[in-house]
Design a protein around this ligand. Structure first.
Ligand code: NAD
Length: 428
């Protein structure tokens, strides 16, 4: 590692143009011309737009978007764009969806578009009295919240209800108000945060306490999406495979070490669609994992069982706070294009499709794990990456990848040696 002796304190860095910033970074890190050219190459996003989306922009990172085929959701066929850097993810969804296509695909539903904002109140001598004083002001709270976002109200959204809890904490009891807001087709973080901040002085006045945090909860358990599907035993390789998959689920249900990986597999699919549509992957990830632990023990986001006819029945339920407006969804041209591919007109429709993808992804991973193991299929696809990393170009990539799979040695050292041998054989 080269340790720069230049200072990381670069005055006015945020005011520089993207090119000037890149120049400063290149000087600091000693980047060569090829590296600077790579970072400076435009992707499929206008550099000026990128510069407005986040701070201190120097470059953009392009992630492949693959299309999941074979999905039928609530009787309608959909093509689903998935943005991911991980091989096998898209293929797994295509395969899983194909195996339940004939039984109707996925049936989905949502609990609503309700987001929760929290207002933390401390320093009240009578937390239970304060709780009731806040609850008594429901109409005032509704008016203050709705007053923050007339556009949302016009669209049929806005304040719906509130909850006030006395939460014991290391620093003594605190009074936590939950504002429950229908954010329609927006993810709603900014919308509800504004409401929480606007309401805070009133809560202080009514209670005599001091408001600290005012922010949404990513445990969006009022915005849950669900999907279920049926895989006939004969379509998946028989009752043995079905029972193996159910046993795999039982493992995830019982053991957090397994559940974390089980749910990570689900999020491979979920986050790929969330990212492709310009939504907030971290918000969805945080919500999903918190939901998986909602009963005090981290467990599976899916459930698997054998139906009366011996078919495998899968079900998923997770918070899916995604939007069609707000954040990057509306301003990133590729996200807009992905929403067009999906053909969704409401955030709820998008959430339902994402839930179906999560279930399909989980089916694919569990089936592989319960039968051939994950590596056989994964390594075949991963071999392409290993080949490219070893320096293969053009048609060398597929040839080298095939050789690595055939030799059952999808490894960097083998790839380098094999590529050298291939090239040597060609020039000999
Ligand atoms: P936003 O404020 O940009 O857009 C929402 C607003 O758009 C609404 O308040 C409404 O006034 C308007 N609107 C127009 N058409 C609408 C429709 N059909 N349905 C609903 N509203 C409509 O965005 P947002 O959704 O409030 O916030 C999302 C962003 O907040 C994301 O980028 C996320 O990353 C970010 N964020 C997340 C967190 C978190 O998850 N903890 C915290 C802060 C910010």
């Amino acid at each position: 590692m080269t340790i720069s002796n230049l200072s990381s304190r670069i005055p006015g860095f945020h005011r520089m143009t993207t090119a000037e910033r890149l120049e400063a970074v290149a000087a600091f890190s000693g980047l060569d011309g090829a590296t600077v050219a790579q970072l400076g190459a435009p992707g499929n996003i206008d550099p000026h737009l990128a510069d407005h989306m986040i701070e201190n922009v120097v470059s953009t990172l392009s992630i492949p978007i693959g299309i999941a085929t074979n999905l039928r959701v609530d009787g309608k066929d959909v093509l689903v764009p998935m943005a991911t850097e991980e091989s096998s993810v898209v293929a797994a969804v295509c395969n899983s969806a194909r195996q339940c296509y004939e039984t109707g695909g996925f049936v989905t539903s949502v609990s609503g578009n309700l987001m929760i904002a929290q207002v933390q109140l401390v320093g009240v001598p009578d937390p239970h009295g304060a709780r009731l004083r806040i609850l008594e002001r429901r109409d005032e709270v509704a008016a203050i919240c709705d007053g923050c976002d007339p556009m949302l109200v016009q669209l049929g959204g806005g304040f719906r209800e509130m909850e006030v809890r006395v939460v014991p904490s290391l620093g003594g009891p605190m009074v936590v108000t939950h504002l429950i807001v229908d954010t329609r087709d927006a993810m709603g973080a900014n919308a509800v945060n504004t409401m929480a901040e606007t309401l805070a002085p009133s809560i202080e006045r009514w209670t005599g306490g001091r408001v600290l945090l005012r922010i949404l909860s990513n445990l969006a358990d009022r915005r849950v999406a669900r999907a279920r599907a049926t895989w006939p035993a004969e379509a998946i390789g028989g009752a043995g495979v079905r029972d193996g998959m159910i046993a795999a689920y039982h493992f995830a249900e019982a053991d957090p070490y397994r559940a974390a990986t089980h749910n990570k597999g689900i999020m491979n699919g979920v986050s790929a669609v969330v990212l492709a549509t310009g939504n907030d992957t971290r918000a969805v990830e945080a919500g999903a994992h918190a939901y998986a632990a909602r009963d005090g023990r981290y467990t599976s986001l899916t459930r698997w069982e054998a139906g009366a006819d011996g078919a495998l029945v899968g079900a998923i339920e997770l918070p899916l706070p995604v939007g069609l407006v707000g954040g990057a969804t509306k301003i990133h041209p590729t996200a807009r294009a992905c929403l067009k591919i999906l053909g969704v007109t409401t955030a709820a429709e998008l959430a339902r499709i994402i839930a179906a993808v999560g279930l399909a992804q989980n089916f694919g991973a569990m089936k592989a794990l319960a039968t051939t193991g994950i590596q056989q299929g994964h390594m075949a696809l991963h071999a392409n990456n290993v080949a490219i990393a070893a320096g293969a170009v053009g048609e060398e990539v597929a040839r080298l990848a095939a050789t690595l799979v055939e030799r059952r040695a999808v490894r960097q050292d083998v790839a380098v040696a094999e590529l050298e041998r291939m090239r040597g054989a060609r020039t000999a």
